[in-house]
Ligand binder design. Sequence first.
Ligand SMILES: Nc1nc2c(ncn2[C@@H]2O[C@H](COP(=O)(O)OP(=O)(O)OP(=O)(O)O)[C@@H](O)[C@H]2O)c(=O)[nH]1
Ligand SMILES: [Mg+2]
Length: 592
Amino acid sequence: MRHPERVTATTPAPASPGALDELERLRGALAATELPLDLDGAAEARAQRTAALQQIDDYLAPRLANLDAPLLAVVGGSTGAGKSTIVNALVGHPVTRTGAIRPTTRQPILLHSPGDREWFASERILPGLSRITGTRTDAPVRSDAAGAAPDAALIGSVVLVADETVPAGLAVLDAPDVDSIADENRALAAQLLAAADLWCFVTTANRYADAVPWRLLDDAAARDITVAVVLNRVPPGAGAEVEADLRRMLAERGLPGAPVFTLHEQPLDEFGMLPADGVAPLRHWLGALAADRQARHEVARRTVAGAVRRLGGTAFAVAAARDAQLVAARGLAAIARDEYDEAAEAVEAATRDGALLRGEVLARWQDFVGTADVFRSMESWFGRFRDRLGEWFSGKPAPVREVETEIETGLHAVIVNEAGRAASAAWQRLRTTPAGRRLIDEPALARESADLDERAAALVREWQGALMRLIQEQAGGKRVKARVLSLGLNAVTVTLMIVVFASTAGLTGGEIAIAGGSAVVGQKLLETIFGDEAVRSLAKQARDDLHARVGALLDEEYRRYAARIEPVLDGPDGVGLVEAAGALERAMGGAR
Ligand SMILES: Nc1nc2c(ncn2[C@@H]2O[C@H](COP(=O)(O)OP(=O)(O)OP(=O)(O)O)[C@@H](O)[C@H]2O)c(=O)[nH]1
Ligand SMILES: [Mg+2]
């Protein structure tokens, strides 16, 4: 009021050189830290992170940039405690609406000295709230007062009222009730208190022991923020006793130095105004603080230091929560990976233990090749059986096609079954935890992909195509080429498939003889064509190629789960956050 130009004329005094940069870094690290999984404590860490980001923007960053900027005293407290009445009494006329309907104040009213307008009108502090400039009419009627239930367009705004009776260097904000039945009021009150340099805490003789206000006062004590307590509506005669009790509580709760301003219950005038002299001590206290640059710095510095300390704690908590998310997400991914690895192994086992050569396939093959003792000499065996082989493989009703089809069908079924089993097992295991349940919420994941059937069929076809190419590549020499041609490429391919699928017999009982025999015959046949070494290499390449294809297909299936889990893993771990908090503390400490 006395020196309206003073604040903006002074060169901004940064609190600590370098601290602002470190704060920005910490802000970036906090903003980048996502906690999407619903782990124990995640909701709390998320709320802490949101509140910290908000406080950095609303208060810490602008205050660190300029310790000289006017202080913001937020008048907070329970609903109906008389906050608005006291603010009106401080300025000496009704500015902010008081009322019998709870809650009355829904929109924050910020009263500042006209000279401090620039600071509060800019969006350096509380950038999330838009500014509405309030004008005061001369007629002091209560209906003109600001702060009543705003219409929808005004929600998320702060009303700025320039008032000559407010001292330069210290603005007063009439906040909504901290214990509001309206969620948005409570949230806004908490946001405003987090953006305050100091609190004027209003309570009443009846309600000073209420739990909600004390939770906020505990928080103020922990942050070392300057608190003035207004004890309102004290019945005549009860002042000393109530005030002593309140002071005792304040001392116990870590606020021994908080000044207490007691206001006796008294009738209000026709405009709902308290007699002006009642709040004179509070007005004087605020005025003295506003006038003393050092004292203002000290108040702001303490509040900033407390907020930074709190921010450090938040950074550690969020970092720990982040690391827990990474561990949990990796665990979820490992579960899905595990099921699909198991599926790949099961397919591999089925292609190794002769399981694909059971029943009909073997019977037909066996019918044809007879027993191992039919070929004592391979060359003569080949000569003898070539025609029969060729006939069989190309004959009608094309038994080679039937064997081929049966092998194809068996291989296809194994792949599809295993993909289905893995999908269902992964679904069930992942959903045993709340975090997994939330993340893996698409029922289609419990089954193999809708087009897996087709893709598995394509895989089998493509593998056979690759086998044919392999055989053609092997059949370089004239003699070999001739033999392959004499049997037919299809027949040789089917034989190679049989050799691949029976190569490590895991069959039992009679099947051993049959499958083993079949494989032996197939093996001999191929050896006769290509030579021992080449057959071993062909079988190995064929098997490796199949497993690579099956692996790739199952990997695509696994990706459906990974696509849900991996976004959690994107972004940094908690280390950067902890480092940034440490750097900020050092930058702050250096200036202290
Ligand atoms: N008689 C009397 N009435 C008071 C006094 N202080 C507040 N009141 C009345 O109590 C009611 C609530 O006062 P407000 O100032 O609106 O309370 P508030 O804390 O701003 O309430 P919210 O904005 O809802 O959080 C109003 O009807 C006031 O007139 C007082 O000292 N004496
Ligand atoms: Mg109010």
